[in-house]
Design a protein around this ligand. Sequence first.
Ligand code: PLP
Length: 476
Amino acid sequence: MTKLIFEKSRQEVGGINLTDEKVDFSFIDKKYLSENHSSILPEISELEVMRHYKELSDKNFCIEKGFYPLGSCTMKYNPKVNELLATLDGFTALHPMQDDEDAQGALKLMYNLQEALKIVTGMDAVTLQPAAGAHGELCGMMVVKKYFQKIGQDRKNVIIPDSAHGTNPASAAMCGFNIVEIKSNEKGLVDLEALKAVLDENTAAIMLTNPNTLGLFEEDILEISKLVHEKGALLYYDGANMNAIMGYTNPRLMGFDIVHLNLHKTFSTPHGGGGPGAGPVGVVDKLKDFLPVPTIKYNGKNYYRDYSSKDSIGKMKAFYGNFSVLVKAYAYVLLMGKELKNASANAVLNANYMMNKLKEYYDLPYDRKCMHEFVLSGEKQKEQGANTLAIAKRLMDSNFHPPTIYFPLIVHEAIMIEPTESETKERLDDFVDTMIQIAKEIEANPQEVLKHPLNTPVKKVDETLAARKPDLAYRI
Ligand SMILES: *Cc1c(COP(=O)(O)O)cnc(C)c1O
């Protein structure tokens, strides 16, 4: 068990000396200083500090350490050069209140990124402000609300399929909409009859992910778009799965009116690390005045922040969003250019390759060509004595991050695998072989499989207790 840095502290070692008269420590709150003003911060040598944090970081699993097929999260390789570019002094030292004329480079970058994302999504206007996917959804739903207010219609319902990501109904509900859930059909797609049955003049919007969370492309999307528009409602595209379609199609061609993207999935910011993200929102022309202010504009000579839109929903985020994420996304788009299309092609190819290899050993409830991810079911293995959770834990001992499990909710014992485009065939084969091996282990002796994980820093935890009675304070 790793000790806390406070437990490693020994007075004799001497860390920083807070009684040094040459230094003004008055900015430190008194409660962090002991009586004689020496620090109650840990006393530990510089080398031991480094070792401490290295040891902690080694406990993390990251993409640099191994395969990370976390479905719906697009845990791909994000080029390190983009991280480097985001740390250039000109970007990091720029104050957000700087006058437009002194920030032309940053504003140009944002403007050009907006333009690039307009091409990727097919939309007419883009805001970079929202900080995450769910935040983009909230922004989009606020736009929907404002639009109907403006045209004098009081529409209350937002239709969402049962396969949707949980943030979709949450975002719509936060804007005061009623959620109308529709069941998927036996192909795992939107059931047109179910849609027709709930679609009416009270429908404000439908929220869809395409490909959906089963990794399946909604073949009837044009028909859906026609039906929804006929009722005067709007189509919202959850673009978290954009990695599947870049350059092949776009939400505009499918008939959507609003889209958010997860830059921290598709566009070179790591996802899942708890760090900053960005969820830009694109809209069609008739909705562009509702976007948050300021919008970044160009008058042929200068780039500037425009606050003039009277119909704007206001601000979604302090200043202009998470700027460093925007730098990485812009660098990535420039680096990739037309190759973005190949990224999607390889992501889809990799997923289909693995799906076809694994479907002999695991149930595949929707056995159709998939897009960038696919969903297996661990039902058969559960009957044999080790469920999906056990499979996930077992994978950790082979240095694989487990796939997403128990989501989407419509698949029992779901195992949702997204390999992304950046993995080699050897790595994919390695994972497939391990999954096959686990299936065989479960068939032979499920009890053994239930003992895992054995090699991880934290072994088997009581999931219920951890959720119901989290012990969040460490007491020495
Ligand atoms: C990740 C994801 C979201 C939410 O994005 P956050 O940035 O985590 O808020 C929404 N929908 C789908 C399909 C996703 O995969």
